[in-house]
Design a protein around this ligand. Structure first.
Ligand SMILES: Cc1cc2nc3c(=O)[nH]c(=O)nc-3n(C[C@H](O)[C@H](O)[C@H](O)COP(=O)(O)O)c2cc1C
Length: 311
């Protein structure tokens, strides 16, 4: 490990981003009734008996005082379809709760609806942690809704794709059990395994361009539109604003993107780079679907689009 890497905060944060996490919104109400909510992926379990959890809060947060004074806090574990909530609570604002339906938990903790899980905690201990405060809570109530969670990895929102240990091709695997036989006919299983295989082959090719996934995603989105604002970009790519800003800054430094006032456009080398990213995507698609006829491909696309439109 180079010394430089050890002390470059941005590189350090980026390296930490390889540790995939869930996303939570931690909320509390101060003794005088002011609510706070902060998007946090530093949440983790500490102890089962007593039931303790922790998260860490940036000392620069405008919500710091409220969390330090509050008797309780709630950890709302976000579900896969709650990216907007994550973004709303990651932005400093006078009223982060505007337009959001909440319920009230023990200690007046604001509870968000439709989460994957919720933990209401009594403040247990606050520990110094460099530029963060480590907040430890004793869980006094919890709810396990089991909804599919929102994940966060390398600055990009993600979703859970089940990983099975079955590495053989479905076709060549003998139907040794009723379970395996049924699995071979389960379309959800087939879809997830197909996506997993496709991704494992495709991602290294995209990374070989020297761009991070977040940067590549941004170039591919910009390719289609003449000029996008930061807000447009946030609608198009599933990333928090600070990551979008960082990716845009990197792309500007590399001379691939330029801004015309409030809007971002590709430079001519940016257009070339976006073109080569789309070419990689196209080649992967052609390779994977080489054995299919045009007609088969059309009906496959039709089936996928129909399923997507159901939601
Ligand atoms: C995915 C994600 C995870 C975050 N995790 C944390 C965290 O663990 N601790 C923290 O202090 N800030 C974290 N932040 C940043 C805060 O959400 C953000 O700085 C804060 O909400 C700004 O508002 P404030 O001034 O009320 O603190 C995270 C942001 C995102 C998008």
């Amino acid at each position: 490990m180079s010394q430089e890497t050890a002390f470059d905060t941005r590189a350090f944060r980026r390296a930490l981003g390889n540790f995939a996490t869930g996303v939570t919104v931690v909320t509390a109400t101060s003794p005088d009734g002011v609510r706070a909510g902060v998007t946090a992926n530093s949440f983790n379990s500490v102890s089962l008996d007593p039931p303790l959890v922790l998260w860490s809060l940036d000392k620069r947060s405008s919500s710091l005082e409220i969390f330090q004074q509050a008797s309780h806090f709630a950890v709302n574990v976000l579900a896969a379809d709650q990216i907007d909530l994550s973004n709303q609570f990651a932005r400093p604002s006078d009223d982060k709760f505007e337009g959001i339906l909440i319920e009230q938990g023990i200690g007046s903790t604001p509870l968000l609806k439709d989460c994957a899980a919720r933990f209401v905690c009594e403040m247990h201990e606050q520990v110094e942690g460099g530029d963060h405060v480590i907040v430890i809570g004793k869980v006094v109530a919890f709810e396990d809704c089991g909804r599919s969670p929102l994940l966060y990895h390398q600055g990009v929102y993600s979703m859970v794709l089940p990983h099975t240990s079955m590495t053989q091709k479905v076709e060549s695997r003998p139907a040794s059990s009723v379970f395996q036989g049924r699995l071979a006919h389960n379309i959800y299983y087939l879809l997830t395994q197909a996506v997993r295989g496709y991704q494992a082959d495709y991602q290294p090719k995209q990374l070989s361009t020297g761009l991070r996934t977040s940067e590549a995603r941004m170039l591919m989105v910009l390719e289609n539109d003449a000029a996008l604002s930061l807000a447009d970009l946030q609608r198009e790519v599933a990333m928090p604003m600070r990551e979008i800003e960082e990716a845009v800054a990197n792309l500007k430094r590399k001379g691939l993107v330029t801004d015309s006032g409030e809007r971002y456009v590709l430079t001519s080398s940016g257009r070339d780079q976006a073109e080569s990213l789309w070419r990689i995507a196209r080649e992967q698609q052609d390779k994977v679907f080489a054995a299919f006829s045009e007609e088969q491909l059309d009906s496959f696309k039709h089936a996928l689009k129909t399923i997507i439109a159901l939601h």
